[in-house]
Design a protein around this ligand. Structure first.
Ligand code: HEM
Length: 185
């Protein structure tokens, strides 16, 4: 009975996948020291939406990014899906600025790093929103900037719980055997 309980405890402690990009954990504003950083951002579902520059600003509770796109095709950016962008407040949709090379830049909120977040880009030519999935990478932050790395504690805790469960099971089986042996003599 004890071993069943311990095994159940062990299974319940196993990490639950929390991201769409295969294992990494979200990193939030409160996990990062306040500051402004150059980081990398990757589009998961298209080669036509390339973020070639990303300046992340972290304050106590929120993150924003100044995103530079490779080309001039997109006129607006929205941190969500295109279908929502049309209904969103005007202030929530970012119009483009330009960098020194004439590339389009946008200011957008970033909810978390290391997980797939939705971004919608408005194609000037096609006059419609396109949905993209983007990951802002915390590994490109300087050493020490991340003070609490994502949910990285889950694995060690799960491993500890599994080890405890195993020891408990072995001990329970041992006690049972000794009792049985004692009863027979
Ligand atoms: C269903 C087909 C396609 C769709 C819906 C599509 C959509 C888009 C969109 C929305 C953009 C950015 C904004 C704009 O310029 O309108 C774009 C850019 C681009 N597309 Fe496509 N595209 C398609 C096919 C292709 C193909 C077949 C190629 C080349 C093999 C291509 C090459 C490019 C390039 C080079 C850019 C510019 C990327 C940049 O500025 O960095 N596209 N496309």
């Amino acid at each position: 009975m004890l071993s069943v309980l311990l095994a159940a405890l062990c299974v319940s402690a196993l990490p639950v996948p929390v991201s769409a990009d295969g294992g990494s954990r979200p990193v939030y504003a409160e996990d990062i020291q306040n500051g402004t950083y150059e980081i990398e951002a990757e589009t998961l579902n298209s080669s036509m939406f390339r973020i070639v520059g990303c300046t992340l600003t972290v304050t106590d509770e929120a993150m924003t990014a100044r995103v530079t796109l490779s080309g001039k095709g997109f006129g607006k950016l929205y941190a969500g899906r295109g279908a929502e962008a049309d209904r969103a407040d005007e202030g929530a949709v970012s119009s483009f600025g330009e960098d020194e090379e004439g590339r389009h830049t946008f200011e957008i909120p970033v909810s978390a790093l290391d997980i797939s977040v939705p971004l919608a880009g408005w194609s000037i030519k096609r006059e419609q929103w396109y949905d993209y999935d983007v990951v802002f990478h915390s590994e490109s932050l300087p050493d020490g900037a991340v003070t609490k790395p994502g949910n990285g504690w889950i694995l060690p805790v799960a491993a500890g719980a599994a080890a405890l469960a195993l020891i408990g099971t072995i001990a329970a089986v041992g006690i049972k055997r000794r009792k049985n042996a004692g009863g027979a003599s």
